[in-house]
Design a protein. Structure first.
Length: 264
């Protein structure tokens, strides 16, 4: 039985490095699970679109496709843009059963990658003293995602025995400048920012610039195409693919919240 095709769905970006990271993720997935055909797609009219990616999968003979949103903020439901484009594809690709996996979310395993990225940034800046942390994310996400993001900040704080505040890039919560100011009000002076972004998109660049102007000592690079992230992608894919087993060939399926215990 042929495995369903996997389509990584990423937010639109004009930053070329975003496409490079997405391509690296695809290569990493191919190395881990070469039997799973994988495509990359972007939202917001960027190319290739989700429709194009599904068309390519169908042209190779796929009759089942799983969309996996590259979203580290939301944890339960895909954003409206993903749901809308999935509905559009179902109308035009009626021979393909389509499932939408739940987003990656701020999973605990990503903290180890965040640590590695921040250690590299601190070493490059020759920083030896640190007394505060900021966990920077693209957005607060859905209710579950926001709760998990706060939990990750507490876990990171406990692990390093340093205060840690959350910052987001889209205005749905405190900015990185406000978070740094909050730590300074506690008497902290050597503050570093860990970036919970999968790629260096415009939101990451804006947060990094704002953090440096606010006086932080270092900002970590985005997570990139790491084994931890690819394994999470495969986990979301596998759960959604199981939902296709009982689906009629002409009817797409949207994955609901699923087993959230793994995200606790």
């Amino acid at each position: 039985m042929t495995a369903p095709s996997l389509v990584l769905v990423a937010p639109a970006s004009q930053e070329p490095r975003v496409a490079e990271v997405a391509a690296a993720l695809r290569s990493e997935l191919a190395q881990i699970r070469p039997e799973i055909p994988c495509e990359i797609a972007f939202l917001g009219g960027a190319v290739p679109t989700v429709a194009t990616a599904v068309e390519r999968a169908a042209a190779r003979g796929a009759d089942e496709v799983v969309l996996v949103p590259l979203d580290l903020a939301n944890a339960i439901e895909p954003i409206d843009a993903v749901t809308a484009v999935a509905d559009e594809v179902r109308m035009t690709q009626r021979s393909v059963a389509l499932a939408v996996a739940r987003p990656i979310g701020p999973e605990a395993t990503l903290l180890s990658v965040l640590d590695a990225r921040l250690r590299s940034a601190l070493a490059a800046a020759r920083i030896l003293e640190l007394d505060g942390l900021v966990l920077s994310a693209p957005t607060t996400g859905d209710v579950r995602g926001a709760a998990l993001l706060a939990r990750r900040a507490r876990q990171w704080s406990t692990h390093h025995r340093l205060p840690c505040l959350v910052a987001v890039a889209d205005g749905t919560g405190p900015s990185v400048a406000h978070a740094i100011q909050g730590l300074r009000s506690q008497g902290r002076r050597h503050i570093a920012v860990g970036a919970l972004f999968w790629a260096p998109d415009e939101a990451y660049a804006s947060q990094a610039d704002l953090a440096h102007r606010a006086g932080c000592v270092a900002v970590s690079e985005p997570l990139g195409a790491t084994r931890e992230l690819t394994e999470l992608i495969l986990g979301r894919y596998a759960f959604a693919a199981m939902d296709l087993l009982d689906a009629p060939i002409h009817q797409g399926v949207t994955l609901e919240s699923g087993d959230l215990a793994a995200s606790a």
